[in-house]
Design a protein around this ligand. Structure first.
Ligand code: PGA
Length: 248
């Protein structure tokens, strides 16, 4: 049975105080749930968030990692460093990393392997631009991101992968994919995984939707057959909104 998961991607936001406050509001107001909740603060606050969420149901993710385990890479953070902090997950392939930092599928394939080799689970993001959607190239674009960034993995490794489908035109724009658009792409992703790894793995893989999720639009998205939760950016910075989304 695949898990329902909600991820808070705080991006480059929050002060240390705000991070602590968000953690404690989420912990004290979250009702007992059957979903997995993951917080992804900046590198700097990972330690504090791991401490604050110890002995709770909340898991912690980093927003990126380097593809090498160690070496002369000034300013970078490796998967082994993240694993040593006690993290469970790392987000890889977010569209902001792909766009602003030129991360392509072949680099991401290395990052994915590196993270898995250190015992981290990976939330692998994919998504198309508005032009690609309007020209009907969106399905092929996602297939390519999966094939080149993920499908080098052996079957067992897929048990440690969560997919985040985030149409770029919906991330941070206030425009959300319709539930029909989301379901169509999620079904396509599951089908692609099934073709490569078989139906069991495909059925067990959680596929999250991300892109301007709010308490008012998530319910319709989360009830879709192939939508197994969400990757939440802006709305995860407000404890009440995030908890409402988790409880949706
Ligand atoms: P958003 O971001 O909810 O602000 O659109 C989602 C994400 O980037 O994961």
């Amino acid at each position: 049975m695949r898990k329902q998961i909600v991820v808070a991607n705080w991006k480059m936001n929050n002060s240390p105080e705000q991070s602590k406050q968000l953690c404690s509001s989420i912990l004290s107001n979250m009702s007992p749930i059957d979903k997995e909740v993951i917080l992804a603060p900046s590198y700097l606050y990972l330690n504090a968030v791991v401490d604050a969420t110890q002995n709770s149901v909340i898991k912690v993710a980093a927003q990126n990692c380097h593809q090498e385990i160690s070496g002369a890479y000034t300013g970078e953070v490796s998967a082994s460093m993240l694993a040593a902090l006690g993290l469970d997950y790392v987000i890889l392939g977010h569209s902001e990393r792909r766009y602003y930092y030129g991360e392509d599928n072949s680099l991401l394939a290395k990052k994915v392997s590196s993270a898995l080799s250190q015992g981290l689970k990976v939330i692998y993001c994919c998504g198309e631009t508005l032009d690609q959607r309007n020209s009907g190239a969106h399905i092929d674009r996602i297939t390519k991101q999966l094939t080149e960034g993920l499908f080098h993995l052996p079957t067992d490794a897929m048990r440690n992968i969560v997919i985040g489908y985030e149409p770029i035109w919906a991330v941070g724009t206030g425009i959300t994919a319709t539930s029909t658009q989301a379901q169509e792409m999620h079904a396509h992703i599951r089908n692609a995984i099934s073709n490569k790894y078989g139906a069991d793995i495909a059925n067990d893989t959680s596929i999250l939707y991300g892109g301007s999720c709010t308490p008012s639009n998530v319910k319709e998205l989360f009830v879709q057959n192939d939508v197994d939760g969400g990757l939440i950016g802006g709305a995860s910075l407000d404890a009440d909104d995030f908890i409402a989304i988790v409880n949706a």
